[in-house]
Design a binder for this molecule. Structure first.
Ligand SMILES: Cc1cc2nc3c(=O)[nH]c(=O)nc-3n(C[C@H](O)[C@H](O)[C@H](O)COP(=O)(O)OP(=O)(O)OC[C@H]3O[C@@H](n4cnc5c(N)ncnc54)[C@H](O)[C@@H]3O)c2cc1C
Length: 402
């Protein structure tokens, strides 16, 4: 880092939003500095589910980020009524620690400066420059980006009093006694809509363990002890019964943008810092990457004198906030009564296809809602699938493993 340099852009946080934005900008010869509080690679509480639409944003090979392909998922309610849904091309599972590190490295390779570990403290304006105070010294930049996650310190200073609406989740690593269990499970995942009230439980295979967890929507007021429910989920699941649980961690997901404006002056927010997670699955990586792309366009327009940063970004981000609005409506419907949803929606192959297409990026939340509502007479009369025995399913070969 040069001492008296004024960077074009200072990004706080090297998660997917920060790392990706830095890469996009540095590739266009913009001078960028990323300030990250943890040394990289750093652990991150996350399921590591990377939807196809997220992956497509990045334009890279799965091998580059050590991604495991997902070919299908078991859908269950309290470990019962299990059936299998083929989901070719739905997405991947990744280790968040490696994934985020890879993105930050890409940024550095493209010419960005990474300052880590260094914690952002506060900023103030000096003329048109943002003066940023960090634990490793001051930084000056023309533009400041808050990509510092759900409890963003940049957001707290930029929009004091605006609090994100939070959903909650818990995640753990489940190590099986029999190491072959992960390979036998292969490229499949498991989603259980009865594991928690108004939410779901997941099992995502990783290289040497299963990433398991519970997600509950923001609107539930029921007090649910997540640790106990996770232990119950693991104890009752045929795949997890003999697993050792480690690194049990809780986390929050901001499922509502903090307002119509997430930029002020020459400062803007991306990803979780702006409150950009969807409500059905708690998917946030896609919106972190997508908001980074929108930020890149607004920043490039601003630097070339074409438009004001605040106006341009607040306008562009509406495409995401509109979609998240529909995700909240869909989540309200889906989780109003999870058992009914499971019986009528999840068990129906056509409805399931619409949600698979949502994960793939063929549907967005509004088209998914419209299609499911318009197709109601059709799918209500369609036969629902029969369950398979959970004890036998793991012996079936998985169609593909990467
Ligand atoms: C339990 C759980 C499971 C999840 N599973 C999934 C999933 O499977 N798929 C999915 O798409 N999404 C998932 N999410 C959501 C996803 O993790 C987030 O939406 C995503 O990480 C947002 O990316 P981001 O770059 O905005 O923020 P983050 O990934 O949170 O990155 C923020 C970065 O900023 C740094 N930082 C914070 N404060 C400071 C500071 N003051 N100074 C310097 N650096 C700072 C942090 O160390 C961090 O590296 C999950 C969330 C939780 C809690």
């Amino acid at each position: 880092m040069e001492k008296h340099k004024i960077y074009d852009v200072c990004i706080i946080g090297a998660g997917p939003a920060g790392g990706y934005l830095a890469t996009l900008l540095a590739r266009q010869q913009v001078s960028v500095i990323i300030i990250e509080q943890s040394p990289l690679p750093r652990p991150k509480v996350c399921g590591g589910g990377l939807s196809q639409k997220s992956f497509r944003q990045l334009n890279l090979s799965p091998a580059a980020i050590d991604a495991r392909i997902i070919s299908g998922t078991y859908l269950a309610f309290k470990n019962k009524g299990v059936f299998y849904q083929e989901m070719p091309g739905a997405g991947y599972t990744v280790s968040r620690s490696s994934f985020d590190h890879y993105l930050a490295q890409q940024a550095v390779n493209a010419g960005a400066t990474l300052m880590a570990p260094a914690t952002f403290r506060h900023f103030y304006s000096q003329g048109t420059t943002a003066m940023v105070s960090t634990s490793a010294g001051p930084v000056a930049a023309r533009i400041l980006v808050g990509a510092d996650g759900v409890f963003s310190a940049v957001r707290k200073q930029l929009f004091p009093g605006k609090k994100p609406c939070l959903a909650h989740a818990i995640q753990a690593r489940a190590y099986p006694e029999d190491h072959q269990a992960i390979e036998r499970f292969g490229s499949r995942t498991w989603l259980d809509f009865g594991a928690i009230h108004k939410g779901y439980g997941w099992i995502f295979p990783q290289r040497d363990h299963f990433n398991i967890g519970l997600y509950k929507v923001a609107t539930t007021t029921k007090n649910q002890p997540l640790r106990r429910l996770l232990a119950e989920f693991a104890a009752k699941n045929p795949l997890l019964q003999t697993c050792r649980l480690e690194q049990i961690r809780g986390g929050a997901l901001p499922v509502k943008p903090i307002g119509a404006k997430i930029s002020r002056g020459n400062i803007l927010l991306t990803g979780d810092a702006a409150g950009l997670c969807e409500s059905i699955f708690g998917e946030g990586i896609y919106y972190a990457l997508r908001s980074a792309r929108l930020a890149e366009k607004s920043i490039m327009d601003f630097l070339s004198g074409k438009s004001r940063l605040e106006k341009s970004y607040n306008q562009k981000i509406k495409i995401i906030t509109r979609e998240l609005f529909f995700s909240r409506i869909l989540a309200d419907i889906i989780y109003f009564n999870s058992q009914t949803t499971f019986n009528w929606l999840v068990k129906n192959e056509w409805v399931n296809q619409q949600f698979t297409d949502l994960i793939r990026g063929i549907n967005n939340h509004s088209t998914c809602l419209i299609k499911v509502a318009a197709g109601l007479p059709l799918w209500l009369s369609a036969p629902r699938r029969q369950a398979v025995s959970p004890e036998t399913i793991f012996d079936q070969p998985s169609s593909s493993t990467l």
